[in-house]
Ligand binder design. Structure first.
Ligand SMILES: *Cc1c(COP(=O)(O)O)cnc(C)c1O
Length: 363
């Protein structure tokens, strides 16, 4: 069986350095707010070209702490609106809801499942209460930053990039005058051995407030200016991430190699992804005509697959209270997408077996 994602093999491939990092942290006697977390924040900032990095507990917290900070800084009110693509992991809209803002679900491109950024479309979503837009760099590919930031600037919106699937999809767009949320969930391209996340930003004031809110809203010991939360990237995870970060670019290149092989083999029937070298293929999406049967067929061939995502956010029961909208491209992706195995430890033979198995499927 070719597993969808072999986390054991991935983490095993880091060998002794990963074990040493854990051992040293265990022996250090210091487990939170210490040198490993500070060092990882500095290294991740250097890697991304971001002046400020705040380690937090997970990707959801990275998103909601940023939104909560802006809400305070910019005097947003409860019920103010945030534009969110509807084919994303539920964490994206949940972050919006959990800080009292309202997600406005929007459409994506048929070609790549990324948020639609043509201003003629985005304008139709604007109301006097629109405050922010969250492009999700879905599957590891960057949304159209030029168009998003141009639109946001024109309409005075904040932009929060959900980069939870796009570690290493680097773009120095606008000299990195950007704010991104990352998750280090074990299955991400840069994954911890537990939960983790961070915010990267160019904005020192935002960074300070996010750090404060993540630490109980504490400005100095036992003095609390805000109703914050407890959200920490711990020392053990930071130490693990520092080891794994050294190999992130190489791992992403291997993912790109596999993706290129898949794309060549499926060229006849699949839309081509952008080839500017930034796509880091957290997920390799295959659009299937008969997904249920293809998934069963692949299972019989020993190929494990997943679906990202079977139910779009705007059709989740959790969002039954949201305005009902029709989002054809989102719904198309949600009913046809099948994620094929891709990872830094997938071998050429395994990739060939995946392709043969897909090609042997008869509708
Ligand atoms: C993984 C993910 C998140 C949430 O990350 P957690 O660390 O699980 O909270 C948010 N958005 C997207 C797009 C994700 O893929």
């Amino acid at each position: 069986m070719i597993p969808f994602l072999d986390l054991q093999a991935i983490n095993h491939s880091f060998g002794q350095p990963l074990i040493d990092a854990a051992t040293q942290t265990i022996r250090s006697g210091w487990y939170l707010h210490g040198n490993e977390t500070a060092a990882f924040e500095a290294e991740w900032g250097e890697y991304c070209g971001a002046p400020y990095v705040i380690g937090v507990g997970n990707g959801l917290d990275a998103l909601r702490l940023t939104l909560q900070a802006w809400k305070i800084m910019l005097n947003w009110e409860d019920g103010d609106e945030v534009i969110v693509p509807a084919n994303t992991f539920i964490a994206t809209p949940l972050a919006v809801s959990q800080v009292g803002l309202k997600p406005v679900f929007c459409e994506v491109n048929f070609s790549n499942a990324l948020i639609r950024t043509d201003s003629s479309y985005l304008k139709t979503l604007l109301t006097p209460r629109t405050r922010c837009i969250i492009p999700v760099h879905l599957y590891g590919q960057l949304a159209n930053l030029t168009e998003i930031y141009r639109f946001a600037q024109r309409h005075l919106l904040q932009v929060l990039e959900d980069a939870c699937q796009a570690h290493g999809a680097r773009s120095i767009y606008n000299n990195n005058v950007r704010t991104c949320a990352y998750s280090f969930y074990p299955g991400k391209n840069l994954g911890a051995l537990g939960d983790g996340g961070c915010v990267t930003t160019h904005d020192g004031e935002l960074a300070a407030l996010v750090r404060n809110l993540a630490n109980y809203g504490q400005t100095e010991k036992y003095i609390h200016d805000y109703k914050g939360i407890n959200s920490r990237l711990d020392e053990l995870q930071a130490a693990i991430l520092r080891v794994k970060l050294r190999r992130l670019d190489a791992d992403n290149r291997r993912r790109q190699q596999i993706a290129q092989f898949y794309a060549e083999q499926f060229a006849a029937e699949q839309p081509a992804a952008v080839q500017d070298g930034t796509h880091v293929y957290h997920v390799y999406p295959y659009l299937a005509k008969d997904r249920t049967r293809l998934q069963q067929h692949l299972q019989t061939c020993g190929v494990q697959t997943q679906i990202h995502y079977p139910v779009p956010c705007h059709q989740q029961k959790a969002y039954a209270d949201a305005e009902s909208v029709s989002l054809p491209a989102v719904e198309y992706w949600c009913s046809h997408e099948l994620s094929l195995p891709i990872s830094p430890v997938l071998t050429d033979e395994q990739a060939e077996h995946v392709v043969k198995s897909v090609q042997s499927f008869q509708i």
